[in-house]
Write a protein that binds this ligand. Structure first.
Ligand SMILES: [Zn+2]
Length: 615
């Protein structure tokens, strides 16, 4: 009995130990906000009660908040960056510098208390710097009470009033938002162009606004029968007065809260899989009336595939909202342009919905690892669109094409760059979206598609709500595949080294064919060669890279032979296959095209055209 008890205690402590080792502490926020909004001045007053739990082992002597709206003022960091970068975003250009006083955006805290004590603070552009009088100790919860007011900028980028499709208010990045503090320290990243990082917690938001406006938002509506506009239960008649209407939303475990408001919204609902209610808000016109009513069924069908293939969406609601200036992701919701083609509308909806997996739930620091959000989102949405279209086209062809284009241009920058620090917007977007997606396409090649699919799902389930970094992702890929992958991530993420393999020679000798491969590019890879014979048969010859310390499993598509691994410092590698070359039709390196070989012209030899060399 005693021994059993000791064993049980031992097993329990081992279990705890292993949880602790694979876990990473997270700070926690709980916001209660009351917003009084004036649709004539586009200004609002707000109160915010923030309970901030310090789960870190560190004592915090200061805190920082984002004040994103301050970016939309002449002379802001965003304005200067946009006016000085070589290829400015056409939505921004010099438009911030031209804003009049009543068109700029601002967020102004007027009072801040920490556990009842008033604090002084400093507004430094889009960041509020706060020195604490008493520190926040590890494991304690601090209460911050803030009063603030704001003005909604004329629509420039993402948020603002009167977007080009006529939506009155696109309210993203609209409230004082605590910056993230994680195992890497504070991330008080100024708002210059892009990418967001936040603390998870519960939001309780009340918005009082003119009663003619329909509000769409993150979170679950708490007073549907009071506000109506399609939120109300069936059969309920909503009484309206001329007084401001207060909308109440609650969002659990999210790192941001978006809302939009317009008097003309049509609101559609569709019950999606796994209890997720899908909401759609659009302004009816001759275009949207033909496209948006078809969107709910397609989104529901997509969600079933997304849940199955990429991990279960953890919320019971998602809203597709016309607003903003293009597609932009927020927890439980997206703002998208609504007047595009059906194909475009579906594409942007799926893309932005997927951000809830990679930006919303995994929440990697997008300033440091933008490719872990945009790239992964692009990858998963490409396969989902392929599923929806029942297509046999390569879903990643566009991503590979983008990557080859930027390599060819000579303007490529490493994926490890800070998302705001790229020299050009183009280098950023191709890196984050295209090369980010190719990162995964290439892992399919290195690990095998089935192993990769399992690993990618395991990554979501292992790291949800934990802000994974590149190494965390790499470790899941290694654990699932049994391969060592340092060499891949170091070169592919940290450098702009490229891949180029060629078939250097094909030589007949003693009734055998000797094939010599050459590594021309700086970056090494495992190499797969497919030989197609004149009788129609084909065979795969697989050469693992020695530093992988393993091989990928046989996919069973065709007979496969595994050769000795290739030590990467060797510039060439020769192997022989039985029979003379005149039985061979073609020899090709990686016909799957999943290896991002920058020069494919030397990947294939057509023996029909070329006389083999005899010795
Ligand atoms: Zn995106």
């Amino acid at each position: 009995m005693k021994q059993k008890a000791i064993l049980v205690i031992y097993l329990i402590s081992v279990a705890f130990l292993s949880i602790a080792q694979s876990d990473r502490w997270q700070q926690k926020v709980d916001y209660i906000m009351n917003i009084d909004f004036d649709v004539t001045t586009h200004q609002f007053n707000g109160t915010q009660v923030l309970s901030y739990t310090n789960n870190s082992p560190d004592t915090l002597n200061n805190v920082f908040y984002h004040l994103y709206f301050n970016a939309f003022q002449p002379g802001s960091m965003m304005d200067l960056r946009s006016r000085n970068i070589k290829d400015p975003d056409s939505r921004v250009k010099d438009r911030i510098s031209l804003l009049a006083k009543n068109e700029i955006g601002y967020l102004r805290p007027t009072e801040l208390k920490h556990n009842g004590t008033s604090l002084s603070f400093q507004i430094a552009g889009t960041i509020l710097e706060v020195d604490l009088v008493s520190p926040i100790l590890p494991g304690s919860t601090a209460n911050f009470e803030m009063k603030f007011n704001g003005q909604v900028p004329k629509q420039i980028r993402r948020s603002g009033r009167d977007n080009k499709e006529g939506v009155s208010y696109s309210m993203s990045q609209w409230y004082p938002k605590l910056c993230e503090y994680d195992y890497e320290g504070w991330h008080s990243n100024p708002y210059i162009a892009r990418e967001f990082y936040g603390v998870w917690g519960d939001f309780d938001v009340k918005i009082s606004i003119d009663p003619s406006f329909v509000v769409a938002s993150t979170g679950y509506c708490q007073n549907p029968n009071e506000v109506g506009y399609g939120y109300e239960d069936e059969g309920v008649t909503v009484k309206r007065t001329k007084k401001k209407l207060t909308w109440h939303f609650v969002a659990p475990n999210v790192h941001d809260f978006v809302w939009a408001a317009d008097p003309d919204y049509t609101h559609l609902k569709k019950q999606g899989p796994n209890g997720t209610m899908l909401h759609f808000f659009y302004q009816p016109d001759s275009i949207t009336n033909t496209t948006w009513p078809k969107l709910p069924d397609i989104t529901a069908k997509a969600l079933e595939f997304m849940n199955r293939q990429y991990g279960v969406y953890p919320y019971k609601q998602f809203s597709v909202i016309q607003g903003g200036d293009g597609g932009m992701e927020y927890p439980m919701a997206t703002l998208i342009n609504g007047r595009g083609s059906m194909r475009g509308l579906v594409g942007v909806t799926i893309h932005e919905f997927f951000h809830n997996w990679y930006q919303g739930v995994l929440g990697s620091n997008e300033s440091l690892y933008p490719w872990m959000d945009e790239g992964f989102t692009s990858y998963a949405s490409a396969y989902t669109r392929q599923f929806l279209n029942n297509s046999t086209n390569d879903p990643l062809a566009g991503s590979y094409g983008g990557y080859y284009f930027i390599v060819e241009s000579g303007k490529e920058e490493p994926l490890s760059s800070h998302s705001d620090h790229y020299n050009t917007n183009r280098a950023y977007s191709i890196a984050a979206y295209s090369k980010g997606a190719v990162t995964l396409g290439q892992l399919e090649y290195i690990m095998g598609k089935n192993v990769f699919d399992a690993a990618f799902l395991r990554y979501f389930n292992t790291w949800k709500f934990k802000h994974p970094n590149t190494t965390d992702f790499k470790r899941v890929m290694e654990k699932e595949s049994g391969l060592e992958l340092d060499w891949y991530f170091l070169d592919w993420i940290g450098t702009t080294r490229t891949i180029d393999y060629s078939i250097q020679s094909v030589i007949n000798k003693e009734n055998k064919t000797f094939i010599t491969l050459e590594r021309i590019g700086q970056m090494p890879m495992p190499v797969e060669v497919v030989v197609t014979y004149k009788d129609g048969k084909n065979e795969k010859y697989y050469i693992p890279l020695r530093v992988m310390r393993g091989t990928k499993p046989d996919d069973g598509e065709m007979p496969r032979k595994v050769f000795e691994d290739w030590p990467w410092t060797y510039p060439t590698y020769t192997f022989s296959i039985p029979g003379l070359a005149d039985t061979i039709k073609t020899i090709e390196i990686d016909p799957s095209k999943r290896m991002a070989d920058v020069d494919r012209s030397n990947n294939v030899i057509d023996i029909g055209e070329k006389e083999p060399t005899f010795e």
